[in-house]
Design a binder for this molecule. Structure first.
Ligand SMILES: NC(=O)c1ccc[n+]([C@@H]2O[C@H](COP(=O)([O-])OP(=O)(O)OC[C@H]3O[C@@H](n4cnc5c(N)ncnc54)[C@H](O)[C@@H]3O)[C@@H](O)[C@H]2O)c1
Length: 323
Protein backbone atom coordinates (compact mmCIF):
# COMPACT_ATOMS: atom_id res chain seq x y z
CA UNK A 1 0.00 0.00 0.00
CA UNK A 2 1.21 3.51 -0.90
CA UNK A 3 0.64 6.37 1.55
CA UNK A 4 -0.17 9.63 -0.23
CA UNK A 5 0.00 12.73 1.95
CA UNK A 6 -1.95 15.65 0.51
CA UNK A 7 -3.96 13.23 -1.63
CA UNK A 8 -7.07 15.44 -1.40
CA UNK A 9 -5.19 18.25 -3.14
CA UNK A 10 -4.78 19.02 -6.82
CA UNK A 11 -1.67 17.02 -7.73
CA UNK A 12 -2.13 14.39 -4.99
CA UNK A 13 -5.62 13.43 -6.21
CA UNK A 14 -4.40 12.99 -9.79
CA UNK A 15 -1.47 10.94 -8.58
CA UNK A 16 -3.75 8.69 -6.49
CA UNK A 17 -5.96 8.18 -9.55
CA UNK A 18 -2.96 7.29 -11.71
CA UNK A 19 -1.67 4.77 -9.15
CA UNK A 20 -5.09 3.15 -8.75
CA UNK A 21 -5.44 2.90 -12.53
CA UNK A 22 -2.05 1.14 -12.54
CA UNK A 23 -3.27 -1.36 -9.93
CA UNK A 24 -1.73 0.03 -6.73
CA UNK A 25 -3.55 0.23 -3.41
CA UNK A 26 -3.38 3.67 -1.85
CA UNK A 27 -4.22 5.38 1.41
CA UNK A 28 -4.59 9.16 1.56
CA UNK A 29 -3.59 11.25 4.58
CA UNK A 30 -4.82 14.84 4.40
CA UNK A 31 -6.09 17.36 6.96
CA UNK A 32 -8.36 18.94 4.30
CA UNK A 33 -6.93 22.38 5.13
CA UNK A 34 -6.65 23.07 1.42
CA UNK A 35 -7.82 19.77 -0.04
CA UNK A 36 -11.30 18.61 -1.04
CA UNK A 37 -13.16 15.51 0.07
CA UNK A 38 -14.69 15.32 -3.43
CA UNK A 39 -11.19 14.97 -4.90
CA UNK A 40 -10.41 11.77 -2.98
CA UNK A 41 -9.81 8.80 -5.26
CA UNK A 42 -9.92 6.10 -2.58
CA UNK A 43 -12.05 5.31 0.45
CA UNK A 44 -8.83 4.61 2.36
CA UNK A 45 -8.70 8.08 3.79
CA UNK A 46 -7.40 9.38 7.12
CA UNK A 47 -8.23 12.96 8.01
CA UNK A 48 -4.99 13.61 9.85
CA UNK A 49 -2.76 16.62 10.30
CA UNK A 50 0.96 15.93 9.91
CA UNK A 51 1.47 18.01 13.05
CA UNK A 52 -0.13 15.16 15.01
CA UNK A 53 2.46 12.42 15.52
CA UNK A 54 0.09 10.03 17.35
CA UNK A 55 -2.43 10.23 14.50
CA UNK A 56 0.27 9.60 11.87
CA UNK A 57 1.44 6.62 13.91
CA UNK A 58 -2.09 5.17 13.85
CA UNK A 59 -2.17 5.40 10.04
CA UNK A 60 1.10 3.44 9.84
CA UNK A 61 -0.30 0.84 12.23
CA UNK A 62 -3.60 0.51 10.34
CA UNK A 63 -2.24 0.09 6.79
CA UNK A 64 0.66 -2.04 5.45
CA UNK A 65 2.49 0.95 4.00
CA UNK A 66 5.43 0.17 1.73
CA UNK A 67 6.26 3.64 0.45
CA UNK A 68 5.17 7.27 0.76
CA UNK A 69 4.46 10.01 -1.76
CA UNK A 70 4.56 13.31 0.09
CA UNK A 71 2.54 16.19 -1.39
CA UNK A 72 1.18 17.78 1.80
CA UNK A 73 2.54 21.31 2.16
CA UNK A 74 1.61 24.95 1.94
CA UNK A 75 2.56 26.46 -1.40
CA UNK A 76 1.80 30.18 -1.59
CA UNK A 77 5.04 32.04 -2.29
CA UNK A 78 3.72 35.46 -1.20
CA UNK A 79 2.23 34.11 2.03
CA UNK A 80 5.52 32.38 2.82
CA UNK A 81 7.28 35.77 2.69
CA UNK A 82 4.71 37.35 5.03
CA UNK A 83 4.36 34.41 7.39
CA UNK A 84 7.48 32.20 7.17
CA UNK A 85 6.68 30.58 10.53
CA UNK A 86 3.58 28.94 9.02
CA UNK A 87 5.71 27.54 6.19
CA UNK A 88 8.67 26.31 8.24
CA UNK A 89 6.30 24.53 10.63
CA UNK A 90 4.09 22.86 8.08
CA UNK A 91 6.58 22.16 5.33
CA UNK A 92 9.63 21.35 7.43
CA UNK A 93 8.65 20.35 10.98
CA UNK A 94 5.60 18.36 9.88
CA UNK A 95 7.65 16.61 7.19
CA UNK A 96 10.10 15.60 9.92
CA UNK A 97 7.17 14.06 11.81
CA UNK A 98 6.32 12.03 8.74
CA UNK A 99 9.92 10.94 8.12
CA UNK A 100 10.35 9.91 11.73
CA UNK A 101 7.16 7.82 11.62
CA UNK A 102 8.47 6.22 8.42
CA UNK A 103 11.70 5.24 10.18
CA UNK A 104 9.81 4.01 13.25
CA UNK A 105 7.84 1.70 10.95
CA UNK A 106 10.78 0.73 8.77
CA UNK A 107 9.30 2.36 5.64
CA UNK A 108 12.31 3.56 3.69
CA UNK A 109 11.03 4.82 0.34
CA UNK A 110 9.64 8.28 -0.35
CA UNK A 111 8.84 10.38 -3.41
CA UNK A 112 8.89 14.06 -2.48
CA UNK A 113 7.19 17.10 -4.09
CA UNK A 114 9.95 19.61 -4.56
CA UNK A 115 9.84 22.62 -6.84
CA UNK A 116 11.72 24.71 -9.38
CA UNK A 117 11.46 27.45 -6.73
CA UNK A 118 14.48 25.78 -5.07
CA UNK A 119 16.63 27.11 -7.96
CA UNK A 120 15.80 30.80 -7.34
CA UNK A 121 16.71 33.25 -10.10
CA UNK A 122 17.93 31.22 -13.08
CA UNK A 123 21.53 31.64 -14.13
CA UNK A 124 20.80 29.89 -17.42
CA UNK A 125 17.83 28.45 -19.32
CA UNK A 126 16.73 25.68 -19.65
CA UNK A 127 17.36 24.79 -16.01
CA UNK A 128 18.91 21.39 -15.45
CA UNK A 129 19.42 19.61 -12.13
CA UNK A 130 23.02 20.89 -11.89
CA UNK A 131 21.77 24.47 -11.65
CA UNK A 132 22.66 26.00 -8.24
CA UNK A 133 19.82 25.96 -5.71
CA UNK A 134 19.44 29.44 -4.20
CA UNK A 135 15.75 29.93 -3.35
CA UNK A 136 14.57 33.53 -3.07
CA UNK A 137 11.55 32.99 -0.82
CA UNK A 138 10.77 30.93 2.33
CA UNK A 139 8.54 28.52 0.37
CA UNK A 140 11.46 27.52 -1.89
CA UNK A 141 13.75 27.35 1.13
CA UNK A 142 11.42 24.93 2.96
CA UNK A 143 11.55 22.57 -0.02
CA UNK A 144 15.33 22.81 -0.28
CA UNK A 145 15.68 22.11 3.45
CA UNK A 146 13.64 18.92 3.00
CA UNK A 147 15.87 17.86 0.10
CA UNK A 148 18.89 18.31 2.43
CA UNK A 149 17.17 16.42 5.26
CA UNK A 150 16.39 13.58 2.86
CA UNK A 151 20.07 13.40 1.81
CA UNK A 152 21.13 13.15 5.45
CA UNK A 153 18.42 10.59 6.31
CA UNK A 154 19.59 8.48 3.39
CA UNK A 155 23.22 8.58 4.58
CA UNK A 156 22.38 7.90 8.21
CA UNK A 157 19.30 5.67 8.04
CA UNK A 158 19.20 4.34 4.47
CA UNK A 159 15.96 6.18 3.63
CA UNK A 160 15.74 6.22 -0.18
CA UNK A 161 14.09 9.22 -1.80
CA UNK A 162 13.34 10.70 -5.17
CA UNK A 163 12.75 14.47 -5.10
CA UNK A 164 10.75 15.79 -8.05
CA UNK A 165 11.20 19.47 -8.81
CA UNK A 166 8.04 20.53 -10.60
CA UNK A 167 7.62 23.52 -12.85
CA UNK A 168 4.00 24.77 -13.35
CA UNK A 169 1.43 22.02 -12.79
CA UNK A 170 -1.63 22.52 -14.96
CA UNK A 171 -4.63 20.87 -16.63
CA UNK A 172 -6.95 18.18 -15.33
CA UNK A 173 -7.59 14.51 -15.93
CA UNK A 174 -9.63 14.34 -19.17
CA UNK A 175 -11.93 11.57 -17.88
CA UNK A 176 -12.28 11.83 -14.10
CA UNK A 177 -14.11 14.80 -12.69
CA UNK A 178 -11.20 16.22 -10.70
CA UNK A 179 -9.13 19.31 -11.35
CA UNK A 180 -7.29 22.32 -10.05
CA UNK A 181 -9.00 24.09 -7.15
CA UNK A 182 -6.84 26.24 -4.91
CA UNK A 183 -8.31 28.83 -2.59
CA UNK A 184 -7.20 31.49 -3.20
CA UNK A 185 -6.28 30.57 -6.77
CA UNK A 186 -2.96 32.02 -7.90
CA UNK A 187 -2.20 29.87 -10.94
CA UNK A 188 -2.45 31.48 -14.35
CA UNK A 189 -4.49 28.99 -16.39
CA UNK A 190 -7.45 28.65 -13.96
CA UNK A 191 -7.44 32.44 -13.46
CA UNK A 192 -7.58 33.02 -17.23
CA UNK A 193 -10.36 30.47 -17.73
CA UNK A 194 -12.40 31.73 -14.77
CA UNK A 195 -12.16 35.24 -16.23
CA UNK A 196 -13.49 33.87 -19.53
CA UNK A 197 -16.43 32.38 -17.61
CA UNK A 198 -17.18 35.75 -15.98
CA UNK A 199 -16.24 34.47 -12.51
CA UNK A 200 -13.51 37.12 -12.35
CA UNK A 201 -13.49 40.64 -13.77
CA UNK A 202 -10.11 40.48 -15.48
CA UNK A 203 -6.84 38.66 -15.58
CA UNK A 204 -3.93 40.68 -14.21
CA UNK A 205 -0.72 40.46 -16.21
CA UNK A 206 2.09 41.20 -13.76
CA UNK A 207 4.59 43.14 -15.87
CA UNK A 208 4.92 43.42 -19.66
CA UNK A 209 8.44 44.86 -19.72
CA UNK A 210 10.47 41.72 -18.98
CA UNK A 211 13.32 40.62 -21.18
CA UNK A 212 11.18 38.04 -23.01
CA UNK A 213 9.85 38.02 -26.61
CA UNK A 214 6.54 39.76 -25.72
CA UNK A 215 7.60 41.29 -22.37
CA UNK A 216 5.51 38.97 -20.16
CA UNK A 217 6.86 36.14 -17.98
CA UNK A 218 7.56 32.78 -19.59
CA UNK A 219 6.81 29.54 -17.73
CA UNK A 220 6.93 25.79 -18.38
CA UNK A 221 3.47 24.20 -18.02
CA UNK A 222 3.34 20.48 -17.29
CA UNK A 223 0.09 18.50 -17.33
CA UNK A 224 -0.88 17.10 -13.94
CA UNK A 225 -1.29 13.58 -15.41
CA UNK A 226 2.30 13.70 -16.65
CA UNK A 227 3.38 14.73 -13.17
CA UNK A 228 1.39 11.81 -11.80
CA UNK A 229 2.97 9.27 -14.15
CA UNK A 230 6.44 10.56 -13.18
CA UNK A 231 5.62 9.91 -9.51
CA UNK A 232 4.56 6.36 -10.34
CA UNK A 233 7.78 5.78 -12.31
CA UNK A 234 9.84 7.26 -9.47
CA UNK A 235 8.12 4.94 -7.01
CA UNK A 236 8.78 1.94 -9.23
CA UNK A 237 12.42 2.98 -9.55
CA UNK A 238 12.71 2.93 -5.77
CA UNK A 239 10.95 -0.47 -5.60
CA UNK A 240 13.51 -1.72 -8.13
CA UNK A 241 16.30 -0.84 -5.71
CA UNK A 242 17.38 2.51 -7.10
CA UNK A 243 19.42 4.86 -4.98
CA UNK A 244 18.15 8.31 -4.08
CA UNK A 245 17.86 10.85 -6.88
CA UNK A 246 16.19 14.09 -7.99
CA UNK A 247 14.60 15.17 -11.27
CA UNK A 248 13.10 18.25 -12.88
CA UNK A 249 9.56 17.81 -14.14
CA UNK A 250 8.61 20.21 -16.88
CA UNK A 251 7.82 19.89 -20.57
CA UNK A 252 10.88 21.84 -21.64
CA UNK A 253 8.95 24.53 -23.54
CA UNK A 254 8.10 28.01 -22.30
CA UNK A 255 4.93 30.04 -22.87
CA UNK A 256 4.43 33.67 -21.96
CA UNK A 257 1.45 34.97 -19.98
CA UNK A 258 0.21 36.68 -23.17
CA UNK A 259 0.52 33.45 -25.15
CA UNK A 260 -1.51 31.54 -22.54
CA UNK A 261 -4.25 34.18 -22.73
CA UNK A 262 -4.24 34.20 -26.56
CA UNK A 263 -4.33 30.41 -26.80
CA UNK A 264 -7.15 30.25 -24.26
CA UNK A 265 -9.09 32.87 -26.26
CA UNK A 266 -8.74 30.74 -29.40
CA UNK A 267 -9.88 27.56 -27.62
CA UNK A 268 -12.86 29.24 -25.97
CA UNK A 269 -13.72 31.48 -28.92
CA UNK A 270 -13.93 34.76 -27.04
CA UNK A 271 -11.73 37.62 -25.89
CA UNK A 272 -10.60 37.59 -22.25
CA UNK A 273 -10.49 40.81 -20.26
CA UNK A 274 -6.91 41.58 -19.17
CA UNK A 275 -5.13 44.33 -17.29
CA UNK A 276 -1.40 45.05 -17.22
CA UNK A 277 -0.21 45.50 -13.62
CA UNK A 278 3.09 46.10 -11.85
CA UNK A 279 5.70 43.34 -11.79
CA UNK A 280 5.51 41.05 -8.75
CA UNK A 281 8.61 40.86 -6.62
CA UNK A 282 10.62 37.70 -7.13
CA UNK A 283 9.19 36.67 -10.51
CA UNK A 284 12.06 35.62 -12.79
CA UNK A 285 11.43 36.50 -16.47
CA UNK A 286 11.76 32.90 -17.70
CA UNK A 287 11.59 29.47 -16.05
CA UNK A 288 11.91 26.50 -18.38
CA UNK A 289 13.02 22.98 -17.44
CA UNK A 290 15.62 20.80 -19.02
CA UNK A 291 13.79 17.48 -18.58
CA UNK A 292 16.38 15.18 -20.18
CA UNK A 293 17.31 13.57 -16.88
CA UNK A 294 13.67 12.64 -16.07
CA UNK A 295 13.04 11.33 -19.59
CA UNK A 296 16.11 9.10 -19.40
CA UNK A 297 16.35 8.30 -15.69
CA UNK A 298 12.65 7.64 -15.09
CA UNK A 299 11.90 6.44 -18.63
CA UNK A 300 9.26 9.19 -18.56
CA UNK A 301 7.44 10.08 -21.72
CA UNK A 302 4.98 12.93 -21.13
CA UNK A 303 1.69 12.67 -23.02
CA UNK A 304 0.70 16.36 -23.07
CA UNK A 305 3.40 18.20 -25.00
CA UNK A 306 1.13 20.82 -26.62
CA UNK A 307 -0.11 23.67 -24.43
CA UNK A 308 -3.45 23.77 -26.29
CA UNK A 309 -4.20 20.21 -25.16
CA UNK A 310 -3.36 21.11 -21.56
CA UNK A 311 -5.60 24.21 -21.64
CA UNK A 312 -8.46 22.17 -23.16
CA UNK A 313 -8.44 19.74 -20.20
CA UNK A 314 -8.39 22.67 -17.76
CA UNK A 315 -11.29 24.30 -19.63
CA UNK A 316 -13.31 21.10 -19.49
CA UNK A 317 -12.76 21.03 -15.71
CA UNK A 318 -13.78 24.69 -15.31
CA UNK A 319 -17.00 23.98 -17.19
CA UNK A 320 -17.81 20.96 -15.02
CA UNK A 321 -16.09 21.75 -11.73
CA UNK A 322 -17.57 20.15 -8.59
CA UNK A 323 -15.42 21.83 -5.92
N1 LIG B 1 0.82 23.32 -8.11
C1 LIG B 1 2.06 23.54 -8.58
O1 LIG B 1 2.23 24.08 -9.68
C2 LIG B 1 3.27 23.06 -7.79
C3 LIG B 1 4.55 23.34 -8.29
C4 LIG B 1 5.66 22.89 -7.57
C5 LIG B 1 5.51 22.16 -6.41
N2 LIG B 1 4.25 21.92 -5.94
C6 LIG B 1 4.12 21.13 -4.70
O2 LIG B 1 3.23 20.06 -4.94
C7 LIG B 1 2.51 19.72 -3.75
C8 LIG B 1 1.02 19.68 -4.05
O3 LIG B 1 0.60 20.92 -4.59
P1 LIG B 1 -0.93 21.17 -5.00
O4 LIG B 1 -0.93 22.23 -6.04
O5 LIG B 1 -1.59 19.86 -5.26
O6 LIG B 1 -1.48 21.82 -3.63
P2 LIG B 1 -2.84 21.53 -2.82
O7 LIG B 1 -2.97 22.62 -1.82
O8 LIG B 1 -3.97 21.33 -3.78
O9 LIG B 1 -2.53 20.14 -2.08
C9 LIG B 1 -1.82 20.07 -0.86
C10 LIG B 1 -2.61 19.19 0.07
O10 LIG B 1 -1.88 19.00 1.28
C11 LIG B 1 -2.79 19.07 2.38
N3 LIG B 1 -2.03 19.46 3.57
C12 LIG B 1 -1.31 20.60 3.76
N4 LIG B 1 -0.75 20.61 4.99
C13 LIG B 1 -1.11 19.44 5.59
C14 LIG B 1 -0.86 18.86 6.87
N5 LIG B 1 -0.15 19.49 7.80
N6 LIG B 1 -1.39 17.65 7.14
C15 LIG B 1 -2.14 16.99 6.23
N7 LIG B 1 -2.42 17.49 5.02
C16 LIG B 1 -1.92 18.70 4.71
C17 LIG B 1 -3.85 20.09 1.95
O11 LIG B 1 -5.08 19.95 2.64
C18 LIG B 1 -3.98 19.78 0.46
O12 LIG B 1 -4.98 18.82 0.20
C19 LIG B 1 2.92 20.75 -2.71
O13 LIG B 1 3.90 20.17 -1.88
C20 LIG B 1 3.52 21.89 -3.53
O14 LIG B 1 4.49 22.58 -2.80
C21 LIG B 1 3.13 22.34 -6.60
Amino acid sequence: MILITGGAGYIGSHCTLDLIRAGYECVVLDNLSYGHEEALQTTNFSKVDLANIDEIRKVFKKYPIKAVIHFAAFAYVGESVENPQKYYYNNVVNTLNLLNMMLENNVKKIVFSSTCATYGNPEYIPINEKHPQNPINPYGTTKLIIEKILQDYDKAYGLKYIALRYFNASGADPKANIGESHSPETHLIPLVLQTALGKRDCIKVFGDDYDTPDGTCVRDYIHVNDLASAHRLALEKLFNGSGSDFFNLGIGKGYSVKEIIEKSEKIIGKLINQQISERREGDPPTLVADNKKAREGLDWNPEFTEIEDIIKTAWNWELNRRY
